[in-house]
Ligand binder design. Structure first.
Ligand SMILES: *[C@@H]1O[C@H](CO)[C@@H](O)[C@H](O)[C@H]1NC(C)=O
Ligand SMILES: *[C@@H]1O[C@H](CO)[C@@H](O)[C@H](O)[C@H]1NC(C)=O
Ligand SMILES: *[C@@H]1O[C@H](CO)[C@@H](O)[C@H](O)[C@H]1NC(C)=O
Ligand SMILES: *[C@@H]1O[C@H](CO)[C@@H](O)[C@H](O)[C@H]1NC(C)=O
Length: 351
C-alpha cells in the first residue's frame, strides 16, 4: 500500500523530474567557476540531469560551450520575450523552476526549443572558431557551387552541432524516469523544432577576391544566423503553438492536436499539453508574477502595448530624467570628450 508520505514523495519526484532536461540552464550562474578538465567536475554543480553526466564525462571539452549556451539561452529568452507578459524572468531560478516552466506549458515549449537551438548553435560555432579539438570547419556543402563562386572558407559545423546538441538536449527524455511519456514526447518534439529553426536559418556568406576587390572570384560557405534572429523565429512559433493531447492513433500513443482536427503535429510547430495563466495577475499556482509595475508602450498596438501588457487595468505615467553623453568630439590624437546632456522621457507602467 502506498502511504501518504510516499504519495507526497512520489508527487515531489514527478514534479522535480519535469524539467531535469533544462536544469543545465542553471550553469549560466556558476558554470564558469569550474575548469571542466576533470571528470568529477561533471557532478560538482547540480546542473546536469543523470543522463547528461555520461556525455559530460566523455566530452569534457564540450562543457565550456554548454555553459556559454546556458548564458545565451537565458539572455536571448529575456530579450526576445521582454515585451510580453511572460518575460522569461523565471529562468533565473534554474535549476529550481516555478510552475510556468515546470509543467508542459507553452512557455516551457519555448524555452526547451530555444535551448536546444542554442546548444547546437554554440557547438557549431565553437567548431568553426577552432575551440574544440573534436571538430573543425564544416565540409563543403553537397550542392553545386555557382558559376561565380566556389565553396571554401570555414563554415559553421552544423552537422556536429546538431549531433552533439541533440545528444545533450534529448538524453534526459530518452529515460522513462524523467516524467510521463506525454511530457517526454512534447519536449523531444519541441527540441527538434528548435534545431530545425536553426537548420532553416543557414545563410550563404561570401568573401570577394580578385584584382582590387573586383570580386571576380568569390569564396562562399554556409554560416548560421545570429541567435537573436533564431529567437524571433521561435517566438512566432510560440505565439502560434498548438495544444496537443496524448492519445491512441492506431496502436501507438501519439501527440495530436486537441482541436478536432485530425492531422499529425507538424515538424515546424511548437506543442504544449497544459494551458498557462494569462500572466495578468500574480498566481503562485501557475507561476505567474502578474504585470503590475511593468513598463509598457503607449503608442504601440503590439505585445508591449499598455493595452495588452496591463490587461485592461490602465497605467500610470511618470517622467524619468536621463543623463547621457552627447556632442562627443574626437581629438587628435587619441581621445574623445563629451558633454553631459539631460532629457526627460515619459514612462508608462501598469497599474
Ligand atoms: C584544469 O584547468 C585549470 C585551470 O583552468 C588548471 O589550473 C589545472 O591544472 C587543470 N587540471 C588538469 C588536470 O589539467
Ligand atoms: C550553482 O548554482 C546552482 C543554481 O543556482 C546551485 O544549485 C548550486 O548549488 C551551485 N553550485 C555551487 C557549487 O555553487
Ligand atoms: C519581467 O516581469 C517581471 C514580472 O512581471 C518583472 O518583475 C520584471 O521586472 C520584468 N523584467 C524585465 C526585464 O522587464
Ligand atoms: C513604442 O512602440 C512604437 C511603435 O511600435 C515604437 O516606434 C517605439 O520605439 C516604442 N517605444 C519604446 C519606448 O519602446
Amino acid at each position: 500500500m502506498i502511504s501518504y508520505k510516499n504519495l507526497f514523495l512520489l508527487a515531489f519526484i514527478v514534479n522535480t523530474k519535469c524539467c531535469a532536461a533544462i536544469y543545465w540552464l542553471g550553469l549560466a550562474a556558476n558554470g564558469s567557476s569550474v575548469g571542466w578538465n576533470q571528470t568529477h567536475h561533471c557532478r560538482l554543480l547540480d546542473g546536469l540531469a543523470p543522463d547528461q553526466l555520461q556525455l559530460c564525462r566523455r566530452n569534457l571539452e564540450l562543457m565550456h560551450s554548454i555553459v556559454q549556451a546556458a548564458k545565451l539561452t537565458k539572455s536571448t529568452c529575456q530579450k526576445t520575450l521582454g515585451d510580453m507578459r511572460w518575460n522569461c524572468s523565471s529562468v533565473e531560478k534554474a535549476p529550481r523552476f516555478t510552475p510556468d516552466l515546470a509543467k508542459g506549458t507553452r512557455e516551457s515549449a519555448f524555452v526547451f526549443s530555444l535551448a536546444a537551438a542554442v546548444v547546437s548553435h554554440t557547438i557549431a560555432r565553437a567548431c568553426s572558431s577552432g575551440e574544440l579539438p573534436s571538430c573543425s570547419c564544416a565540409t563543403a556543402p553537397a550542392e553545386q557551387a555557382g558559376p561565380d563562386f566556389r565553396w571554401g572558407g570555414c563554415g559553421d559545423n552544423l552537422h556536429y552541432g546538431i549531433q552533439m546538441g541533440s545528444a545533450f538536449s534529448d538524453a534526459p527524455m530518452r529515460n522513462s524516469r524523467s516524467g510521463s511519456q506525454a511530457f517526454r514526447l512534447m519536449h523531444l518534439h519541441n527540441n527538434a523544432v528548435g534545431r530545425q529553426a536553426l537548420i532553416d536559418a543557414q545563410e550563404t556568406k561570401c568573401k570577394c577576391h580578385g584584382v582590387s576587390g573586383s570580386c571576380s572570384v568569390k569564396t562562399c560557405w554556409k554560416g548560421l544566423r545570429n541567435i537573436n534572429q533564431i529567437g524571433m523565429d521561435i517566438k512566432s512559433k510560440y505565439l502560434s503553438a498548438t495544444r496537443v493531447i496524448h492519445r491512441h492513433v492506431g496502436t501507438r500513443k501519439q501527440l495530436v492536436p486537441k482541436e478536432l482536427d485530425v492531422r499529425p503535429v507538424r515538424e515546424t510547430e511548437l506543442v504544449y499539453l497544459v494551458s498557462s495563466s494569462d500572466y495578468c495577475a500574480p498566481n503562485e499556482k501557475y507561476g505567474s508574477l502578474g504585470t503590475q509595475d511593468r513598463q509598457c508602450n503607449k503608442t504601440s498596438s503590439e505585445s508591449g502595448s499598455c493595452n495588452l501588457m496591463c490587461c485592461g487595468r490602465g497605467y500610470n505615467t511618470y517622467n524619468e530624467r536621463i543623463v547621457e553623453r552627447c556632442q562627443c568630439k574626437y581629438h587628435w590624437c587619441c581621445y574623445v570628450t563629451c558633454k553631459r546632456c539631460e532629457r526627460t522621457v515619459k514612462r508608462y507602467v501598469c497599474k
